[in-house]
Design a protein around this ligand. Structure first.
Ligand code: ADP
Ligand code: ZN
Length: 729
């Protein structure tokens, strides 16, 4: 490949604009390298782009304009360009959209801004107060590095006036420093915990793999609390020692302070943190530093996968089975699968960690494509919870009550013993349905074919599809009857109401994503609960992930059957994972835990597998079923959603597509549908689905591209292709 373009040479530039090709420009004064980030004129605007290769020369040469300027950031490395191309081909996403994923930080071209920072000076303050001592300690702790005012105040728990007083006396010096500073170096020389023989063997294998500098994927399976995190932090240490960068992906929801503190305890400094709550300035800093090697470890949500790492040697995907790794909007990609792709291009290792792996990863390990490491027991004295079913057919329960007498008695015991209990119900809000007792109509969303969910705390009805909300009405919107609206079914808020009656003296905390204004408020609440601020926690799947509640000894699942309804391909797998995950919250410290599952079908194979914990048997059975049906991971699926504000068009176009399926048949694939989507209308758009099913190994993307090529879409019509769909809604 050409290594430099001289001034005036034609270069092809990929921009972030929705065009399906690169555009030719002339290399600017001083020339440029392939991969250079540039600003180019496009019509009247200046847009961001990357020099993708030599120009194609298929455009009127006299009209070709020069690149406006080359940005002062590390050029995109060949590996990342390769990754974007392959990921784009895999997900059938045009390259500009892939480039947008890789440039999700604002102001990349701006000159580095300055900010005021503080460090310890030589002066002596006239008088030392407690607060002043804490400030000086905070500065000393950071080894002479300069801190911002906010960082000092947070660390020392003081106000800015204390710091300013110290500046006057010269004990603290104020200076101006570039904003985009490197992250503090991580110290791999600090020792980690003393690992158990099991853990140590696993950590050794991973470290060895990382040192090899080649690609490989390992499934690290171990029950919650078995020390997977401790083990993969050793792989991170090996990677950093080898001078390469590491990325730890966590489901957004599990990005807790607790985790960051553990990294800090292991390496003496915090990693770069990348998720939706990070400020734009910080994003830009991370993006730049990752490219220059000024950030060794990034802990982030799925989109961190598209950061421009200088030399990525390890990607950990924690809770690899988590469905939130699949991005369901915009570019439909699965971060777990893309992590494997990126690592294979970079000569990096992947660690997929989970207590309940996805069937995909389990079967890849079975097939020998992934290495598999198992941690069999929990660390230390903590034991896995005992699991039992509560047969709801045998329980006496009044209507509109969900806590069975058996569960109630068990919760009482824990509360009296000063322990915590958790009631799990994976439903936000007060009641999933509001019904009028006069006319029998449900209150639905105006824009979606979905019931509005009552959120009593907000005194509103909310559509969980489009987010639309309105005040709780007094009269029925259909028949105008007054005072006849009734909630049907439970949500966590309603369960809380019941719990308050049943356990009047208990301190009850409800954890649901919608009850907290900010991620910070939620984090604080979780920390308080972990420290013992509640006797009974009532939560949605928010509590199932990543949080440690040491006092928690009982988990009661209100409706274990909930996820088994519906025809989702992964209903069994998801229920198994979620139930095991939630149950794993009980008994993490030195107290044994119990998990009780309320169910109407205790003999259901999935419920039995959950209770007995025979995971291998469960996976084997699940694998056999899927294999027999040619379903993933033993066959390929692609979903198509056609949508339009027009009620007829999606079905018409879907029918045309289904009839002209020669390109699919050529690879042995079948097309099912068109059928109205399970939620036929969302945000005012009518939705129709098609499903393509192909043999494993068949070139599905290619066939789909050929199948769709002749199609011209009417105005306001959208077609999205979901390769390896997770959601069928
Ligand atoms: P997992 O990631 O599998 O859920 P963790 O790595 O979070 O497990 O370990 C569970 C708890 O046990 C953590 O508090 C962790 O610090 C502790 N732990 C695990 N292994 C060790 C060890 N070898 N020495 C000391 N503490 C450990
Ligand atoms: Zn809606």
């Amino acid at each position: 490949m050409q290594e430099f373009f001289d001034e005036g040479e034609l270069v092809a530039v990929l921009t972030t604009q929705p065009l399906d090709r690169t555009l030719d420009y002339r290399a600017p004064e001083g020339g440029c390298v392939p991969g250079a980030f540039v600003q180019v004129p496009l019509g009247p605007r200046q847009v961001l782009g990357v020099v993708w290769g030599p120009g194609k020369g298929d455009f009127d040469l006299s009209k070709i304009r020069p690149v406006s300027r080359v940005l002062n950031v590390a050029p995109m490395r060949t590996e990342l360009r390769d990754f974007l191309e392959k990921a784009g081909t895999y997900t059938l996403t045009p390259l500009p959209a892939m480039l947008r994923l890789a440039t999700r930080a604002p102001g990349l071209g701006d000159p580095p801004g300055m900010r005021t920072v503080y460090r310890a000076g030589d002066g002596e303050p006239s008088r030392m107060t407690d607060a002043r001592t804490r400030v000086m300690d905070a500065l000393a702790e950071h080894g002479g590095a300069a801190l911002t005012m906010k960082e000092i105040c947070d660390a020392a728990g003081t106000s800015s006036s204390v710091v300013k007083g110290l500046v006057k006396s010269g004990a603290v010096v104020e200076e101006s420093a570039p904003r985009d500073l490197p992250f503090p170096r991580l110290d791999t020389g600090l020792s980690g915990k003393d690992l158990t023989p099991d853990q140590s063997a696993a950590a050794g294998t991973l470290a060895q793999a990382v040192k090899s500098g080649t690609y490989g994927t390992t499934l690290l399976r171990g029950v919650t609390g078995s020390g997977k995190t401790e083990v993969y932090l050793e792989a991170v240490a090996a990677c950093l020692s080898a001078g390469r960068q590491a990325l730890v992906l966590l489901p957004e929801i599990a990005l807790t302070q607790e985790f960051l503190s553990r990294v800090e305890a292991r390496f003496g400094a915090r990693p770069a943190e990348w998720h939706h709550g990070v400020t734009m300035t910080e994003r830009r800093r991370i993006w730049k530093m990752v490219g220059q090697g000024g950030a060794e470890l990034v802990v982030g949500a799925r989109s961190a996968l598209f950061l421009p790492f200088r030399d990525l040697g390890l990607i950990v995907v924690d809770e690899e089975h988590d469905s939130s790794y699949k991005q369901e909007e915009g570019v439909l990609y699965n971060a777990r699968d893309m992590a494997v792709l990126r690592a294979s291009i970079n000569g990096a290792q992947v660690v997929l960690a989970s207590a309940t792996p996805s069937l995909e990863s389990w079967s890849n390990a079975e097939a020998g494509k992934y290495r598999r490491l198992d941690l069999e027991s929990r660390f230390g004295p903590s034991r896995l919870p005992q699991m039992r079913a509560i047969d709801m057919r045998a329980e006496k329960l009044e209507s509109n009550r969900w806590i069975s007498p058996t569960l109630r008695a068990e919760v009482m015991k824990r509360i009296e013993a000063g322990e915590q209990a958790l009631l799990f119900l994976n439903r936000r809000g007060y009641a999933p349905v509001t019904l009028c007792r006069a006319c029998g109509e449900k209150i639905g969303c105006e824009h979606c074919d979905a019931a509005m969910v009552e959120h009593r705390f907000l005194k509103r009805l909310v559509c969980h599809q489009c987010g639309e909300s309105r005040p709780m009405p007094e009269i029925c919107p259909h028949c105008e009857a007054e005072g006849r609206l009734a909630p049907v079914g439970p949500g966590v808020e309603r369960l809380t109401e019941e719990a308050q009656e049943v356990f009047p003296d208990a301190r009850i905390a409800t954890l649901s994503s919608d009850l907290f204004g900010s991620a910070r408020a939620l984090k604080e609440r979780i920390e308080a609960i972990a420290a013992g601020a509640a006797d009974l926690v009532i939560g949605t799947q928010l509590v199932a992930k990543g949080h440690n509640f040491p006092l928690l000894t009982l988990v009661g699942v209100i409706d274990a059957d909930l996820g088994l309804q519906g025809a989702d391909l992964r209903a069994a797998e998801r229920t198994f994972q979620l139930m095991r995950q939630v149950s794993g919250r009980a008994g993490r410290a030195d107290r044994p835990g119990t998990a009780l599952l309320q169910t109407h079908q205790p003999e259901h194979p999935v419920i039995r597998a959950i209770l007995t914990g025979q995971e291998e048997t469960f996976w084997q059975t699940e694998a056999d079923t899927r294999r027999a049906l040619g379903m993933p991971p033993y066959g390929r699926l692609a979903g198509l959603i056609l949508s339009s504000t027009d009620a007829q068009e999606p079905m018409q176009i879907g029918t045309t597509l289904a009839r002209n399926d020669a390109a699919l048949r050529a690879i042995g694939a079948q097309v099912f549908g068109p059928a109205p989507a399970p939620i036929p209308r969302v945000r005012g758009r009518h939705r129709v689905r098609l499903l393509v099913k192909a043999p494993k190994g068949a070139p599905v993307q290619d066939a789909i591209a050929r199948w769709l090529a002749p199609l011209t879409l009417p105005r306001d019509f959208r077609l999205s292709v979901d390769i390896d769909p997770q959601s069928f809604l």
